[in-house]
Structures are given as C-alpha cells and as structure tokens.
Ligand binder design. Structure first.
Ligand code: FE2
Ligand code: FE2
Length: 203
C-alpha cells in the first residue's frame, strides 16, 4: 500500500495517524473510527477514490469528537473557522472543521481534499469531492451503527446493482433529518441544503 500522498508529510502514515488518534479519544470511539476506516476502504474502491487518502482521512475524522462543545467554539474562533447561531448553540457540529484545522497544524497536511473530507464529515457540503463523500458515507455505514440503519442506506447505495453515491447520501440525510424531527432537535439549514443538492444529483 502506497503511503505517498500529495500534501501529506512523509512522516505521517496510517499507523502514526491511528496511534495519535488513539490517545485523543475513548476506546469505544476508537473502535468506531477503526470501523469507518474499514468501510471507507470498500467505498473508495467502488467510488474511484484513492484508498490510502480515504483511510487516512477516516483515521483522523473524529480526533476532536470528544472535545467539549464550548472548547470547540473557542478553538473554531481561534482558528478562523466560520460559525453561525446553529453551530454556536450546538458546538459538537464543529468537531469536523476543528479536526481538519488541528491535523493541518499538527502534521502539516496541506492536501485540500483530505482536509475537506475531515471537515465535512458531520454536515456534508454541496457539493463534496468524492473523497468527502466516501468519508461521510463510511461514517454512517460503520458496523457499530444499527443493522437496520445501515441496510436502509446500502439498499439505496447499491440499488439494482448500480453504485449510486448520491442516492446513498440522500438516504443517510433523510434518516438523519427524520431522527432530528422525531427527537425534537433543530435541523441545521445546511443539512437540508446538502440533501436537496444530492437529491437533484441522484435523479
Ligand atoms: Fe464525527
Ligand atoms: Fe465518526
């Protein structure tokens, strides 16, 4: 497996990334991350992405997931990350963008697609690059998620034997929006915007 990747220092490889992340999150979360890496490998192949980049972005995507909401807001402000009333009210939504800035600083990563994939894994973007799509989707399809939830997404992702990333993303976003409604939580306008964008693309 090649560890060469533009905009990623030679000193950073999958083992270094995994060990660094292991020290920043709980054992349970680390198992989630390991699962995301495994699914990302499968999806990257199906979606024509660089497998190594997908694995690296996946190892790093949740490195700030256990940082307190208030700290994430402070870090976002310090690092010049844009916030709004929604992300300031629910600071955990910033764990992706903050993680991207943290790993860029920590490791000297300048690969834009890799950083975007980390930043966009929580709320997505319209559009996302293929690598971001893979990491977003892998985060949803990781084995620790319920079998029913994963099956519903896989069904759309591979309907009639044709791999359709946009359809998979819409299915995941529909389930996310549905859950937010059922649990009486606010929906970030971006979630709706991204869902509508991919709905148009899947048709
Ligand atoms: Fe996350
Ligand atoms: Fe995750």
């Amino acid at each position: 497996m090649s560890s060469k990747c533009a905009g990623v220092p030679e000193t950073l490889n999958l083992t270094v990334a995994a060990d660094w992340v292991r020290g920043r999150i709980s054992k349970k979360r680390f198992e989630h991350v390991r699962g995301v890496v495994a699914v990302a490998e499968v999806l990257a192949t199906k979606h024509g992405c660089d497998v190594y980049q997908a694995q690296l972005a996946s190892w790093l995507h949740d490195c700030c997931k256990e940082v307190k909401d208030s700290t994430l807001i402070v870090m976002a402000d310090e690092m010049g990350i844009e916030t709004d009333e929604h992300t300031r009210a629910r600071g955990h939504l910033l764990h992706g963008p903050v993680a991207a800035a943290v790993v860029a600083r920590e490791f000297g990563i300048t690969n834009r697609e890799l950083l975007d994939a980390i930043a966009e894994h929580t709320m997505g973007n319209a559009p996302m690059c293929p690598l971001s799509e893979v990491v977003y989707m892998a985060d949803c399809l990781e084995e620790g998620r319920s079998a029913e939830y994963r099956a519903a997404i896989w069904q759309e992702l591979e309907k009639d034997g044709v791999f359709n990333m946009a359809a998979g993303l819409v299915a995941a976003m529909n389930l996310c929006i549905q859950d937010l409604i059922e649990t009486k939580r606010p929906i970030h306008p971006k979630t709706v915007h991204v869902r509508n964008y991919y709905l148009n693309r899947m048709l």
